[in-house]
Design a binder for this molecule. Structure first.
Ligand code: SF4
Ligand code: SF4
Length: 470
């Protein structure tokens, strides 16, 4: 018998008891110090069971039932390998992020995409013919996998710049999933400028679940960070748009902060709390702007623009609004030590649902049946790699080239956590964001570690979970 390597023990404020959590089984217990002491003796004391009283034996049984005590290390690591294999092969839900276009109507300061120079003249846009072929591919996948759920996320660029493709896909795939008895949900990740009741009318009958909108701080900060090309602010119009649709669908708010905007977020939270639609916000979460690897990059920020090993920008999709607000795409990117923790607490204080900072993964890159499709029909393992053609793992035409096979094999072998020793967070982190690893370290197979952020989130999580358990 051994204590699990995935155990975490957190002292509870103002009490002698401890919060015990196993990051693999997700078991959570509030225990007295003698039970914690007993756990320490497991594995360290030969023939321990014979020396224990009946009540101690009962406590040990309970600890084992919840995964705090395991047979041996080998068995535990085998279980972890099985877990990651199951995550990879899970076919119960087919998840697809479709980039309807790489064009964007914003000219955000921190993003190379969007309405800068002649970018939008050349940026790709999915045609209706390609959208139709994507639907063929989805139907084929559904039949092959027998999935009972289908999650479709529209993303970009700015997805609402190509609404015909959204509506055509939503309608056709809704019919396809009805015929197969598959549950379908649509999420949209948008900057919110073109969000109208008409958009909701068009998607609502086809499984619209949530719309995630990005606000980069209070009005002053947001208008500075996310202006139109002519420098006009966008905050007021986005808020007005949310007001017009919030009673009809779930709204999630995301935001990207940099050092000189982070302090405006409490004001944004106060503003949101005062709106009529406050109780319609299903999730509010913020993350740092991801910057490209450069001498000028702010230390500690995850690069947004993924760069290849040669240092050239990937030109991938804008990751700043990634995350559906429903727990899928890229919510795991939301990691940055102190500021992240502070903003999470501020968000909770105002009664908004947010990420707990502990259950952050494994992210969708580890799921074989979660893919991103670019405007030309190329298939990618996650949105962060969409700008680099060589990172495509396939194409909806199924006419695969050698480079697709090579890339698919490379993504298949992702297992950065294998370099993480016996870190207790492995089951919920999996070694961090592979896009960040690629960007910051030039190797997606290396871990990108934000352990301090998870440790601090766990302290807060423990106090709240313990209060509910008591
Ligand atoms: S690798 Fe990074 S960008 Fe890609 S899905 Fe995971 S967390 Fe998101
Ligand atoms: S990246 Fe860091 S926190 Fe994540 S599993 Fe590895 S060591 Fe742990």
């Amino acid at each position: 018998m051994q204590p699990s390597i995935f155990n975490k023990q957190i002292p509870l404020t103002g009490r002698d008891d401890l919060f015990l959590m196993n990051m693999f089984t997700d078991s959570q217990l509030v225990v007295s110090p003698d039970v914690a002491e007993l756990l320490k003796r497991v594995g360290a004391t030969p023939d321990l069971v014979e020396t224990l009283s009946e009540s101690e034996q009962a406590a040990l049984r309970e600890l084992a039932e919840h995964g705090f005590v395991v047979e041996n290390r080998e068995a535990e690591w085998s279980a972890v390998d099985r877990f990651f294999r199951d995550v990879r092969e899970d076919a119960s839900e087919l998840r697809l992020t479709v980039l309807t276009t790489m064009q964007c109507n914003f000219a955000c300061d921190y993003c190379f995409q969007g309405d800068h120079g002649d970018y939008n003249d050349t940026a790709e846009k999915m045609s209706l013919a390609t959208a139709d072929r994507v639907c063929d591919w989805v139907e084929m996948q559904l039949d092959e996998l027998g999935s009972s759920q289908f999650g479709l996320t529209f993303f970009g660029g700015e997805p609402l710049l190509n609404q015909p493709v959204m509506y055509a896909m939503a309608e056709r795939l809704w019919r396809a999933t009805r015929r197969r008895g598959v549950d379908m949900r649509i999420n949209v990740i948008t900057n919110g400028l073109l969000l109208t009741p008409d958009v909701v009318d068009r998607l609502e009958p086809f499984g619209l679940h949530s719309i995630k909108i990005t606000l980069d701080g209070d009005q002053e900060a947001h208008d500075r960070m996310r202006p139109l090309r002519g420098g006009q602010g966008t905050f007021e119009r986005i808020i007005a748009n949310i007001q017009r649709v919030a009673h009809r669908c779930n709204i999630a708010i995301g935001g990207n902060f940099v050092e000189d905007t982070v302090d405006s977020y409490p004001a944004l939270l106060d503003f949101l709390k005062a709106q009529d639609f406050a109780d319609r916000l299903v999730k509010v979460s913020f993350k740092p702007v991801i910057r490209e690897k450069a001498a000028t990059a702010t230390p500690g920020l995850i690069p947004l623009t993924a760069v290849g090993a040669d240092g050239a920008a990937l030109g991938g999709t804008c990751m700043t609004s990634a995350g559906s607000g429903a727990g899928s795409v890229c919510d795991s990117c939301n990691l940055l030590e102190t500021k992240m923790s502070e903003l999470r607490e501020e968000t909770k204080k105002r009664g908004f649902e947010t990420l707990d900072g502990v259950h952050m993964g494994p992210c969708d890159i580890h799921r074989r049946h979660s893919n991103t499709i670019g405007p030309d029909g190329s298939i990618y393992a996650c949105p962060g790699f969409t700008g680099e053609r060589t990172a495509a793992i396939g194409h909806i035409s199924n006419a695969l080239e050698e480079r697709h096979h090579r890339s698919a094999a490379d993504f298949e072998s992702l297992a950065a956590w294998k370099s993480c020793g016996d870190c207790a967070f492995i089951p919920v982190c999996a070694g961090g964001c592979s896009v960040a690893s690629h960007s910051e370290q030039g190797d997606m197979h290396k871990p990108t570690c934000h352990k301090d952020s998870m440790e601090s989130a766990l302290v807060s999580f423990a106090q709240e979970a313990a209060a509910q358990l008591m």
